[in-house]
Ligand binder design. Structure first.
Ligand code: ADP
Ligand code: MG
Length: 363
């Protein structure tokens, strides 16, 4: 089921004690294709949960519309939308077993939707199998690990065969290893069921690793929507460039003169077609190649060995703080205090110092 948001806006009005009005979701126009996993990504407070709650129907928009397929669901309450919801807190019923928790939404179905006991058992068994918790079905939440509890919550969301699955930071309460494992499981479950899924997270790596497409938000506004790799390779502005990537993109003050990019007085790259003037330069850590005669020089600080790769820490007078280059372990022979780099053109991005918008050049 495709999900379409049309001029969707949610403004929380000003409150007492000087609380200002906030537009948490500002004029969203976007389509999530049927059967895809979309990662909704942005810093804390940017409006991710609000956007998800609008899609689920827990919140009513200030203006705009929501479609599931061709049906306008804007006025429908959550229970009529056919959505499955999973939150950061698993929100299981503590006095019920995993089996009873999963069965709960089915036992409340009435009228033509009512299911027989046998049907409920069958559905619960299928959902439990999908999330691989068949062996803990008779335990209560306090007898399960965080990861198992979250799987029960996911099974409970899936058991009603939702048209759309909405997950709000579902992995945030899990420890690092379990988070990694569970995100892969989520991807598998999404692919096996083919349910259109919106997955909210503030963790760029998490979103990039499992999503068909990501939506990067800032302060209620969609910045960019696209395949994770495209958004990483072609950020539309400085915010997106900085938000994606670990280690983060390195930022320098630069200037374009005669179609050459200058950083700290050195002509480091040909930038055909770039307009003259001051620019903010973003260079991905993997965009540096150590080279004795490289055009860009900097103060070498230290090497950080990370196994396969080496992180070269350096300082430039055109950057605030330290910068990082990721290079192959075999090429990381550095001696002395200066270090020189060649730059990989496709890893260098220029932005307007005033607006942060990307400045294109032809290379
Ligand atoms: P995120 O999930 O990205 O962290 P939220 O959607 O929870 O962000 O919040 C976005 C903005 O809307 C924040 O500034 C938050 O304070 C505000 N907000 C969220 N819910 C409410 C509410 N019920 N009343 C007033 N303001 C709210
Ligand atoms: Mg949130």
């Amino acid at each position: 089921m495709k999900v379409v948001l049309q001029e969707l806006t949610k403004t929380f009005p000003a409150g007492g004690r000087g609380v200002e009005a906030v537009t948490a979701v500002n004029n969203f126009n976007i389509e999530f294709p049927d059967g895809t996993l979309v990662g909704l990504l942005g810093p804390s407070g940017c409006g991710k949960s609000t956007a998800l709650n609008l899609i689920s129907g827990l919140l009513a928009p200030t203006s705009g519309k929501i479609f599931f397929g061709d049906e306008d669901v804007t006025a429908l309450p959550p229970e009529k939308r056919g959505v499955g919801l999973v939150f950061q807190s698993y929100a299981l019923y503590p006095h019920l077993t995993a089996r009873q928790n999963i069965a709960f939404p089915l036992e409340n179905l009435r009228g033509k939707d009512r299911l027989s006991k046998a049907d409920i058992e069958k559905r619960v068994a299928e959902a439990a199998k999908l999330v691989q918790i068949e062996n803990v079905l008779d335990r209560k939440p306090k007898e399960m690990s965080g990861g198992q509890q979250q799987r029960v919550a996911i099974a409970r969301a899936l058991v009603k065969l939702p048209k759309v699955l909405l997950l709000d930071e579902p992995l945030s309460n899990l420890d690092a290893r379990l988070r990694l494992q569970t995100r892969e499981e989520l991807r598998r479950i999404q692919q096996e069921t083919g349910i259109t899924t919106v997955f909210v997270t503030h963790d760029q790596e998490e979103a990039m690793s499992i999503s068909d497409s990501i939506v990067v938000m800032n302060a209620g506004v969609i910045q960019q929507h696209g395949r994770p790799q495209s958004v990483y390779d072609d950020p539309c502005n400085l915010f997106v460039a900085k938000f994606l990537g670990n280690p983060a993109i390195n930022i320098f003050d630069g200037e374009v003169k005669n179609e050459k990019l200058f950083i700290a007085g050195e002509a480091v790259l040909d930038v055909k077609g770039a307009p003259e003037g001051k620019v903010t330069v973003g260079i991905r850590p993997e965009g540096f190649v150590i080279s004795e005669n490289g055009a860009m020089s900097a103060e070498f600080r230290q090497l950080e060995v990370m196994g396969r790769d080496v992180s070269v820490v350096f300082e430039s007078s055109a950057a605030q703080g330290r910068s990082r280059a990721i290079v192959d372990a075999s090429s990381a022979s550095v001696s002395g205090t200066r270090i020189c780099f060649e730059l990989k053109r496709e890893k260098v991005h220029l932005f307007s110092p005033e607006t942060g918008e990307r400045i294109c050049f032809n290379g």
